[in-house]
Design a protein around this ligand. Sequence first.
Ligand code: THG
Length: 370
Amino acid sequence: MSAPILAVSRRTRRTPFSPRVEAHGVKGYTVYNHMLLPTAFQTVEEDYHHLKRHVQVWDVSCERQVEIVGPDAARLTQLMTPRDMGRIVAGQCAYAPLVDENGRMINDPVILKLAEDRFWISVADSDVVLWAKGIAYGMGLDVKVFEPEVGPLGIQGPQADELALRVLGEGVRDIRFFRFAWLPFEGHEFLVARSGWSKQGGFEVYVDDAERGLALHDALFAAGEDLQVRPGCPNLIERIEGGLYSYGNDMTIEHDPYESGLAKYCNLDSGHDFMARAALENLVAKGGPSRMIRGVVFEGESCPACVEAWPAHQDGAPVGQVTSAAHSPDLVTNVAFGMIDRGAWDTDTAIIVETPEGPRNGKVTDIPFM
Ligand code: THG
């Protein structure tokens, strides 16, 4: 039996770069924010080795922006997150959990502060625009909330600085991690941030003009030939090694930010007002989470895809579940994230992982793996 195909229609939105991605021979797509996201160009493993050595251009347009602008923009943005946005200046990006009124994860975006009264929430895969519009309407806030036609184009890998320098100029040197600047390209100013969903370093160019974005895309490939530039995409193996969580996979609306390993972005000691303050203070008062995202390594020379969560147990007793897994060529073991119960979450605790290929011996580890 051949594998089922994923049917594409207007709902599975294409991106400005889909024609290029397909001309480059994309091997697979997933859907993220109702939009196409490539999953591999060669094999996931070949893409991984290339990403860790060279430079790749990523169509991550599906990291959609939710724009919040107006007199109450700062208030609405702050209401949605426990991270103290008062510490974030214009020109800065902030990785921040968004939580509902019960302190459960809505999303884990990067928030860009464009101005005191204007933010882009660069969202993971859930409908933040609807949530934000609902809050704004319900509270009568003086803001506009909408999804502009803006999506990031990633430049990722150890040669990303060199490639960005060639195409976007000297200005890239001055951009610190999780900061952004407006840099000229063929007469257009693009927002360029030093960020991206890999640990290999790089930039994200927020493309707000499809035609000029295509010109930029093509210029990156032309300028990077001797750097062996290739098309790429978020890489399952590299992101697990590096400790980057995926909303919808590793944590969902069932989980609070402490369980999701995002405690350091919960600034309860700041006096700021956010919707989930009472809920999160209550969680902390109860002694913190009873389960948490932890690293897991397990035996085997290959690793099946984690399409459904795999149970983890210890002497037959359930201790949680594995939510993302891959074989790491560089670590020569299988690496994974799991939502692991308190009783088993200590580093080096031996557990059994029930993979679709049978039980495998594993143990709990710290994150990141490398
Ligand atoms: N870039 C942009 N938008 C995004 C993502 C991105 N939206 C969806 C998704 N990725 C959001 N999730 C993450 C998760 C981790 C990080 C960024 C986005 C990340 N974390 C750094 C780390 O873990 O080392 C540190 C961040 C910090 O400490 O401030 O980079 O990739 N535009």
